[in-house]
Ligand binder design. Structure first.
Ligand code: GLC
Length: 747
């Protein structure tokens, strides 16, 4: 084993010749020296040559991280698996979902971070088998030796450790501003007419919305990069029409390519050897034939995204869409999901024959049942195809967690290349560490269950630790039927996740904001409008957090000293100024909230213009909230920026309203840019530094506007609503004369 110092806080331990996953962007030329152990851990090789790391856990040690996993925010007491998996049944015992994010924080007698940069399977037993032991086992499928990079990350606090980890893996991508708006989806809106009807309804009901998703049915026979002439006619004209109306189309693109003579995408890839090949697992060599599995279109081949040439080819397939003005996509099924293979089917038929031949079948019926349900995403199939990595044959199973990441890399590359300087939007189901630099992630096929709201409240905190700031669940659940109350409570929670999309499975009840009754429509409208009202804060904080490498959404225990925060998993920081405490139980008409460490301004929101505000000292309180109400807390000596909501996220505000609780002094840097291009990377953006300082019973308010060449400021007035520690309100206002703030006046 070798050791290399990457930075003051990061040390790399290198075992063998690790596969370059692309997760890390911070490298060091420092020489590596030999070392015999990784601090904190014992290591051993198992009988099957897997690498096992072992760490003892102190009584109160807590574990955080692991990104997209079920279970608590504190990961202790369960088992987890990093092996990307298309599993639509997110029941509590499940160990793995669609993404693998092997970053953890151990918070015990010592607090440190661990990142295992390994693309194959990792099994983590976080004190499940033995309460006082955490074991981490890296599976090595083929070469009989584990090659891996392991990073130890130090920092004064958990928050610092996350920050230092983000210096290693980089900041998240900057989506276009419209992507922070509300997005509507359903499997499927199957025709152009159906999509237009949905758009018209948003306009008619004055519910803001920025994007409409196209699920499988926009394609011709599930063939990727085609559109159905019959259902969508002139696709480019249709996309343009919607865009003019303020709606961005987001079509789905799956990785699997239908095996069909005459289909150009298939033929080109087949001719150029761009598909993954079948792998003779027993003899450890490629057979040279394309690997074929069944997915939506039936027989499907999988592009070898680990091959740079294939990524180039795939990137250019987006060109035709970009030319039509469509540069937002979701990449689904990229674990990759496999319904079944010929091998699996034959195995099942064999089992069927065996059971049929029994005179008195009993328990063996379950073999048959398990074989049938185990057909999909079967590990044996993942062992039976391979990649061509720079000329080397790589068994898929050993690099499984990188398939989606590399599909996203290819897609992002194509979208960037063909979007003529416009920012793209890309959403993925599968993910690996580092992918946040290229796109967003949604948390897959959840259900319309109350239990899944809290699952996601925890998950988005853990995902943020791993760099995925632009993340969110299907609201109000993908599978099963949602009820009206679930829609409202989940939307209210969704106000605080950057990715806010309503999506539902085929055959489920409609769950658009108007799908229930007029009162529910009114409440949903108010919630969505509230989200648009806080976009100035969200967009600025997203940018600030990305730039400063601080998560947008953080657990309370990472920020505050109050030891009770460690037990609170359903409240979280939303940027630096605000805390969310969503209601997630059916029929609840309020909830308890821990108000940590300092004073907070509690805003019980009914709509954007409502001002039900009260100041609270640290403590635990019960807040009543009828169905149309939800909670937002503004921290002492912090500012929160809002504006009257538009119909689209791109509607530039002319007035800002800054709400704060100020006992000493508060500061906020409002950031804005054109929201559509990468000009901000060349410094074309505006910042407005606001400082509010208490002076007796009054406040001094200063604003410093810093417009960089080429950015057009739209703000004409900034209204301040500042509360003191007793909840008394002072209003001030600053007019902008061009780009220069005038002296504040009391209102
Ligand atoms: C997968 C996706 C889901 C999508 C469906 C059909 O289940 O997770 O979001 O609607 O496939 O494309």
């Amino acid at each position: 084993m070798q050791r290399r110092i990457i930075s003051e806080n990061i040390t790399q331990y290198i075992i063998g010749t690790p596969f370059d996953t692309g997760a890390v962007i911070l490298h060091s030329n420092a020489p590596a020296d030999d070392c015999d152990r990784i601090p904190h851990f014992g290591e051993e090789l198992t009988e099957t040559n897997n690498l096992r790391l072992t760490k003892s856990l102190s009584e109160d040690e807590k574990l955080y991280g692991l990104g997209e996993m079920l279970g608590g925010l504190n990961k202790r007491g369960r088992k987890y698996r990093c092996y990307n998996n298309d599993d639509p049944n997110h029941t509590p015992e499940k160990q793995n979902l669609y993404g693998s994010h092997p970053f953890m924080i151990f918070d015990g007698e010592e607090t440190f971070g661990l990142f295992i940069d390994y693309p194959g399977e990792i099994n983590i037993d976080a004190g499940f088998t033995d309460r006082s032991v955490c074991t981490i086992e890296l599976t090595c499928s083929i070469n009989n030796e584990v090659n891996v990079d392991i990073y130890l990350i130090s920092g004064k606090t958990k928050s610092d450790i996350v920050h230092n980890f983000l210096t290693l893996i980089g900041s998240p991508f900057m989506p276009p501003k419209w992507a922070f708006g509300y997005q509507q989806s359903r499997w499927s809106y199957p025709t152009a007419e159906a999509v237009k009807d949905i758009c018209a309804k948003f306009k008619e009901l004055k519910i803001p919305c920025d994007a409409i998703y196209l699920d499988l049915d926009y394609m011709d026979d599930y063939k990727v990069f085609t559109t159905s002439q019959e259902r969508f006619g002139d696709f480019a004209a249709f996309a343009q029409e919607l865009l003019k109306d303020g709606f961005h189309l987001v079509p789905i693109i799956d990785p699997g390519v239908k095996v069909e003579e005459g289909y150009s995408v298939y033929e080109e890839a087949a001719k150029n050897n761009y598909f993954c090949k079948t792998f003779d697992y027993e003899n450890k060599k490629s057979s040279g034939d394309d690997f074929v599995a069944a997915v939506w279109p039936g027989r499907t081949a999988m592009p070898d995204f680990l091959n740079p040439k294939v990524r180039q080819w795939w990137a250019d397939l987006y060109k035709q869409f970009c030319e039509a003005g469509v540069n937002a996509f979701w990449n689904d099924m990229n674990e990759p999901a496999l319904f079944f293979t010929k091998r699996g089917l034959e195995d099942l038929y064999q089992c069927y024959d065996d059971v049929r031949s029994r005179t008195n079948p009993g328990l063996d019926f379950f073999d048959l049942k398990d074989k049938a349900t185990g057909l999909s995403n079967n590990r044996e199939d993942y062992k039976r195809f391979c990649h061509n990595c720079d000329g080397l044959t790589q068994c898929h199973d050993d690099v499984h967690n990188l398939f989606g990441f590399n599909m996203v890399k290819a897609s992002a590359d194509g979208l960037k290349r063909h979007s003529h300087g416009q920012r793209y939007f890309l959403l993925s189901r599968s993910s690996y560490i580092g992918q946040h630099r290229y796109g967003a992630v949604w948390t897959g096929d959840n259900q319309s269950w109350w239990e899944h709201i809290i699952v996601h409240l925890r998950m988005i905190q853990s995902m943020n630790m791993c760099g995925f700031f632009f993340v969110g669940p299907d609201i109000p659940g993908f599978g099963c039927d949602a009820d009206a109350e679930l829609l409202i409570r989940w939307l209210q929670a969704g106000v605080f996740t950057p990715f806010l999309r309503n999506h539902a499975a085929l055959f489920t009840r409609n769950q658009e904001p108007w799908a229930f009754d007029d009162r529910i429509t009114d409440i949903a409208r108010n919630v969505i409008r509230f989200r648009y009202a806080i976009l100035p804060y969200l967009y600025a904080e997203y940018h600030n957090c990305a730039e400063n490498l601080k998560p947008l959404i953080e657990p309370l225990s990472f920020v505050f000293k109050d030891h009770r925060c460690e037990s609170i998993e359903d409240q979280f920081m939303f940027g630096h100024s605000a805390m969310a405490a969503p209601i997630h139980s059916q029929n609840a008409r309020g909830r308890s909230v821990l108000v940590p460490d300092c004073k907070w301004l509690a805003w019980r929101v009914t709509d954007y213009s409502s001002r039900d505000m009260q100041v609270f000292e640290p403590g635990t309180y019960f807040f009543d909230c009828s169905l149309d109400q939800f909670l937002l807390f503004i921290k002492e000596d912090s500012l929160f920026v809002t504006a009257a909501p538009g119909q689209n996220a791109a509607d530039a505000p002319t007035e800002l309203t800054v709400i704060g609780l100020v006992t000493h002094s508060a500061e906020f840097t409002y950031y804005d840019d054109d929201g559509t291009t990468y000009n901000f990377e060349q410094g074309k953006y505006g910042t407005l530094r606001m400082i509010v300082t208490a002076e007796g019973s009054d406040y001094s308010v200063t604003c410093k506007y810093n417009a960089h060449a080429g950015f057009k400021n739209t703000i004409r007035r900034i209204n301040f609503e500042i509360y003191n520690g007793r909840g008394e309100l002072v209003r001030k206002s600053i007019k902008m004369s061009g780009d220069t703030p005038e002296a504040p006046v009391r209102r």
